[in-house]
Design a protein around this ligand. Sequence first.
Ligand SMILES: CC(C)(COP(=O)(O)OP(=O)(O)OC[C@H]1O[C@@H](n2cnc3c(N)ncnc32)[C@H](O)[C@@H]1OP(=O)(O)O)[C@@H](O)C(=O)NCCC(=O)NCCS
Length: 162
Amino acid sequence: MQEITFNWSKGYDLSSHEQRKIARMNTAFRWTWKMSDNDFKFDFTYYFLMYHQMKIIGYVGLHYIIDEFQINTVYVDPLYRRKGFGKKMLKQLIHLSKTKKIRHILLEVRSQNMSANKLYQAVGFNKIACRHNYYHHPKDDAYILEYNVQKEGVINDTDTFH
Ligand SMILES: CC(C)(COP(=O)(O)OP(=O)(O)OC[C@H]1O[C@@H](n2cnc3c(N)ncnc32)[C@H](O)[C@@H]1OP(=O)(O)O)[C@@H](O)C(=O)NCCC(=O)NCCS
């Protein structure tokens, strides 16, 4: 398999082609196109994209607020799942967060989403809270997970993702 590359970008700096691709994949999270479109416009919306042969094969959508990454979406193309790409992408994002002096990374996940929960646990996220019956269709609890970046200390190298 050819090299996997990563790119970090503000939502509104993505090309319209990339925005359309992401908006299509965001429907997996029940985001409408309008919701994705609105989110691209915020100054604090960033995307961490993973490419193979120029094609987006995964991404993390997040809000970067002061010293915190608030993750909204984590997605790997179905053709690339169960091959370690989700883990690789999150590890690269954690590396990036250290260069930006982020203190912690937060996210919310359905308790029944086994693949996501296993992935987050595998890269070092910890459960810090549970919102009972937070989700509907189907009903589910929300786990709030945290990756404590500060605990590991910051690094000062440049943003290289290759
Ligand atoms: C969750 C998701 C990002 C995982 O991506 P991925 O590239 O398949 O993950 P990886 O291959 O890196 O897997 C990492 C670990 O997660 C666990 N895992 C991932 N998919 C799994 C599955 N279907 N069943 C059980 N465990 C799974 C495993 O422990 C795996 O490690 P292992 O293969 O060494 O056992 C991907 O399934 C996805 O995009 N799902 C749809 C969107 C989603 O649910 N996002 C999360 C919302 S919070």
